[in-house]
Design a protein. Sequence first.
Length: 333
Amino acid sequence: MKIKFTYILIGILYTLALCWFFISYHEEGNVNLIFNKDIKDGDIIFRCTATENSEVKDFNEYGIIKKSLGDFYVWDNKSTMKRRLSKWVEKGTHHKVYRIKASESSMTFELLHGTYNHLLHSDALEFITEKNTPFLNQNSNEDVQNSTKMHDILNYIPNGYHLIYFENRPNRVHADLNKDGILDYAVLITDGNRDVGYIDANKVKLAIFEGQEDGAFTLKNETGNLTYAFIYRNLDQNIKVSDSNVISIAHQSMRHDYELKFRYQKERKEYMLVGTAYNNYGNAIHKGAENTKTNFISGKRISTINGTKTTIIEDKFISISEVNDNNIYDLIH
C-alpha cells in the first residue's frame, strides 16, 4: 500500500514539475519575443499610439502587465479590457516598461497635454526596459504605411470638416466609448480654417468615431451644429471622458457656462444626451444667478434659482444628433 502511494505521489510531483517547466519555458519565450529584460506582474507599460500628430516621444496610453499560466496580458488603465501583451504592443510604435517603487504604491496616472510623458521622469517609477521597434515593423513598408493610415483619425473626418486644434493640440479623446474592447474617438470638428483661427467657421460638431477590429474607424454619431465658442475653450476642460464612459463638452461665455454629457446606450445602439449642467452668473452683482443640473436617465432636473427645486423631464432619451444650437438652452434649463 505504501509503495502504491509512493508511486502516486511521485507521479503527481512529476506532473507538477512538467507543468512548471512548460509554463516557465512558455513565459520566457513570450517575454523574449517582446522585451530582452525580465518584466513582472504589476509592471506598467506605456505606449505611443498612431494618431494624427503622434511622435515617438508621445506616450499616450498605458496598461498594467499581468502574468497568467505562462502568458503575459495587459489590462488597460481602467481595468476594463485585457489583451495578450503580444497583441497589445502591435497597436503602438514605441513601448516602455516601468515598475512602481514600493513607497509610491498610491501614485496616480493622469494625462498632461495628452501624454503620460511627465510620469516617465518621475522618481516614483523605476525604468525596466523598452522596445523601439514595434511588431508592426516586421511587415513590409507598404503594410506599415497602410496600417498607420488606417489608425489615423484624420482620414475619417467628413469632407469639408477639420479636426479642431487648441494650441497645436487636437481636440479629441481616445477611449473605449461603447465598451466593445476597441478604442474609439470623440472629436470636435469644424468647417473653419485653422490658419485663420477658425474665424470663418459656420459649423462645429462633436463626432463619435467607433474603432473597428481592422484598425479602421466608422462615424457612428454626431451632434447638430454647435456654437463656435467650443473652439476657443481650453482643450483640457473642453472635451473629456469619465471613468463611466461619459463624454462631456463644455461651453463658456461672459455670463454663463454649460456642460453637455453623452454616453453610448446599448439598448438604443447610439449615443444619447444623458446629462447637462448649467451655471448662470446673473448680473454684475450675481443677481439672478442659477445652477441647474439635469439627469436625462432619471428624468430629473434640479435648479437652485429661488430655492432648490426638482422638476420631472418628459423626454428622457435624446439622441446626440438632435442636440444643436437651436435647442441647447431648452435642454439645459
